[in-house]
Design a protein around this ligand. Structure first.
Ligand code: PHE
Length: 477
């Protein structure tokens, strides 16, 4: 059987943007921004998207298009090494972790979409969310969301994923734009916009090293990086497309939706006097739902909002399911129909377990996913930099314009050394913070060190190492 491919260039871009735009933009982003200083967070996040996210995206793209395979097969075929083919299996685990919690949140969204029409959550949003968040009610809606995901993936790359996202993405942009315009007309909206768009430089300087890991984690999550999704999507691509141009378009569109989501959420919250609102997974469902209840035309606005979120979540969950489906189809010759049915059965169980246990949910949705995505992306970057080496440069250049061609070699240095080191740094400092290691000055042999200085020294060393270590890019780890 021949392998499927995208029908059109725009079809691929919209599918990849559909994967990127999701709960990460509409649910996780406003929550992270409100916990980390609003505009200060936005600034750092934008920097990480540009300097780490886009090169990382291109690492996944080059591997995927070169191999024309799922992550496991790609790493094995291109390296001929047992280590890398074993590493590839991590992505199957990542897909399980992602979809298990994502589908639970997707279920909450579907429920809130339906309940916006009846106004069921209007009277007491806090109590309502607490009543439905985990347990049997959550399981039912999780299964519904999973079923919708499976139906689209079942229909294949062109007829399912490409066709669905082609309709969903424009709908999301139009609805979100309309909501933003409406939100901005509310009394008090200006305070929300100010919180969101005027960075507090003092706050930024004082908290930079706490904002950085949060912003990095968010940047990976929102661009669907480190899971093998973008690799898998690029494996359905021909050689005549510019990976760099498509990658840039995807990053720009995704960022636009993230920023627009903030313009919708913060003015509505501030108009209600709720401020940045309570943090945590319930923020959207409690403060924002409360705002819909209190504002004019709340039912319509609520339905429009949760409708957008549901579409966005679905266009991401299909990309999560596609990873293990591609794995089974490529590696074991299983039919798509059987692969989807079997995996949907598995996710029905794992998602239900997560839906029953709030602590497990918190662990999977937070630290576990951060760890898997960061580790996964570091792996892809090192693979592109050290195993593919000059072949990665050639792959990036295929079909690309002059600018991308000239940036291909510097890009290889970045993904070979500098960016993995940066990601490891954020991972270690997040772990250190979680373990309670102090940020303050540290004296080593009479030398005063603080975390900022350490960061600068690490970066300088890495820059030197990248030039020495990668002089022969084809060299293998
Ligand atoms: N990018 C998606 C979102 O923002 C989440 C995602 C992560 C999807 C990893 C696929 C892989 O919701």
């Amino acid at each position: 059987m021949t392998r499927e491919s995208w029908q059109t260039r725009i079809g691929f871009i919209l599918a990849a943007v559909g994967s990127a735009v999701g709960l990460g933009n509409l649910w996780r982003f406003p929550w992270m921004a409100s916990e980390n200083g609003g505009a200060a967070f936005l600034v750092v996040y934008l920097g990480v998207v540009l300097l780490v996210g886009v090169p990382g995206l291109l690492a996944e793209f080059t591997i995927g298009r070169r191999a024309r395979r799922n992550p496991v097969g790609a790493l094995r075929d291109l390296s001929d090494s047992r280590f890398w083919s074993a590493f590839g299996h991590v992505f199957v685990v990542t897909a399980v972790a992602l979809l298990s919690f994502y589908s639970v949140v997707g279920g909450w969204i579907l429920r809130y979409f339906a309940e916006s029409f009846t106004g069921a959550y209007f009277a007491d949003p806090g109590a309502h969310f607490a009543a439905i968040d985990y347990g049997a009610a959550a399981v039912g809606f999780h299964l519904l969301f999973l079923a919708a995901t499976a139906v689209i993936v079942l229909r294949g790359v062109r007829r399912g994923i490409e066709r669905a996202t082609k309709v969903m993405m424009p709908a999301i942009l139009v609805l979100l734009g309309g909501l933003a315009a409406w939100g901005l007309t509310l009394d008090g909206a200006a305070a929300g916009v100010a919180f969101y768009l005027t960075p507090d430089v003092g706050y930024l300087r004082a908290n930079f090293l706490d904002i950085l890991p949060a912003a990095a984690g968010q940047a990976l999550f929102t661009l669907s990086l480190g899971a093998g999704t973008m690799l898998t999507y690029a494996s359905y691509l021909g050689e005549d497309r510019s990976l760099a141009a498509d990658g840039a378009a995807i990053a720009v569109l995704n960022t636009l939706v993230g920023v627009l989501a903030g313009v919708v959420v913060f003015p509505i919250l501030f108009a209600l006097g709720a401020g940045a609102g309570p943090a945590g997974p319930g923020a959207l469902f409690v403060s924002l739902a409360g705002a819909f209840a209190a504002l004019p035309y709340g039912q319509v606005v609520g339905a429009a909002f949760f409708g957008v979120v549901a579409l966005a979540a679905l266009s991401s969950s299909i990309s999560m399911l596609e990873i293990p489906v591609a794995f089974l189809v490529d590696e074991y010759g299983v039919s798509r129909r059987r692969a989807v049915a079997g995996l949907a059965g598995l996710f029905a169980v794992t998602g239900s377990v997560v839906a029953l246990d709030p602590d497990l949910f918190g662990f999977v949705a937070g630290p576990l996913v951060d760890l898997l995505l960061t580790g996964g992306l570091v792996g892809f970057m090192l693979f592109a930099g050290w195993v593919l080496g000059v072949d990665a440069v050639a792959e990036l250049r295929a079909g690309a314009g002059a600018l991308a061609r000239s940036l291909a070699t510097p890009w290889l240095y970045a993904v070979g050394v500098a960016l993995p080191a940066f990601l490891m740094f954020t991972l270690v400092s997040a772990l250190a913070a979680a373990a309670g290691v102090p940020v303050g000055p540290l004296s080593v042999f009479g030398l005063e060190l603080d975390r900022t200085r350490v960061l600068l020294v690490v970066t300088a060393l890495v820059a030197v190492a990248s030039f020495l270590g990668l002089r022969r890019p084809q060299s293998v780890l």
